[in-house]
Design a protein around this ligand. Structure first.
Ligand SMILES: Nc1ncnc2c1ncn2[C@@H]1O[C@H](COP(=O)(O)OP(=O)(O)O)[C@@H](O)[C@H]1O
Ligand SMILES: [Mg+2]
Length: 235
């Protein structure tokens, strides 16, 4: 399988703290890969490094064979790296449709040109076209995903999209993720293991900045190593 994302010996520290310690990770084109692990494991740090929000102390990041390690976040976005953050980032005073169209235009240029695609996304996610400030937390999550998709990413980075969702919103989010095209490779950080196991082709477990294991959901579910690594997160 061709690697769409290839992370090699990636490290990042904050002062004396080693947040990520020589992480290797290869994700195939079209793969749905989940990243799990206790709080502070380095999951968001890894997404930040791939998106270009922060720079590594060492290591290399390639997307579709291209070394992007030294590129800024805007260049990476144009090369197809899209993300949603741990806290939703939307424009509250703009309408749902305009949020999607503006996000698409930032990546692909031309607000008017991106409007039809934005409308399609709005319809497929069944989001109401109101001022974004009026959306529920779960709808904002879906809006953020639509905004990322409007840029037509090859790689979509999702940081805890299910956090704080109601049961109904969680079901909607699961459906949205399920419906994602396989033209998009996904790296999903998520604490809800039911979502992770249903969605992911493969799962990587991080702990204390190190990769504990990568495997299929079945391998992860039954791994005693993972159980002990994860015990602290649920206790
Ligand atoms: N900007 C920062 N400054 C200092 N320490 C940070 C910063 N961001 C993250 N960290 C630390 O790096 C470690 C990994 O954090 P993070 O990647 O957010 O973990 P996770 O997303 O898995 O919960 C944690 O110990 C966290 O406190
Ligand atoms: Mg995090």
């Amino acid at each position: 399988m061709r690697a769409l994302l290839d992370v090699e010996a990636l490290s990042r520290g904050y002062g004396s703290l080693v947040a990520l310690d020589r992480i290797d990770l290869r994700i195939g084109e079209g793969e749905r890969h989940a990243l799990i692990g206790p709080n502070g494991a380095g999951k968001t740090t890894l997404l930040d490094l791939v998106a270009g929000a922060t720079r590594p102390d060492g290591g290399r990041i390639r997307v579709a064979g291209r070394d992007i390690t030294r590129l800024g976040p805007a260049r990476r976005a144009r090369l197809g790296v899209g993300r949603i953050h741990q806290r939703p980032a939307i424009w509250p005073s703009l309408s749902t449709l305009d949020n999607i169209a503006v996000a698409g235009a930032r990546r692909r240029g031309g607000f008017r040109r991106t409007l039809p695609a934005a409308r399609e996304l709005l319809t497929s996610l069944a989001l109401p076209d109101v001022a974004a400030a009026q959306l529920s937390h779960g709808q904002r999550r879906q809006l953020e995903i639509a905004m990322a998709l409007a840029g037509r990413p090859r790689l979509l980075l999702l940081d805890e999209p299910a956090a704080g969702l109601s049961a109904v919103e969680f079901a909607q989010l699961s459906a949205v993720l399920d419906d994602l095209s396989r033209t998009v490779t996904v790296l999903l950080v998520e604490h809800r293991l039911d979502l992770v196991y249903a969605f992911a082709d493969r799962v990587t477990v991080l702990r204390d900045g190190r990769r504990v294991l990568t495997g299929t959901p079945d391998e992860i579910r039954t791994s005693s190593v993972v159980r002990s690594a994860y015990a602290e997160a649920v206790s």
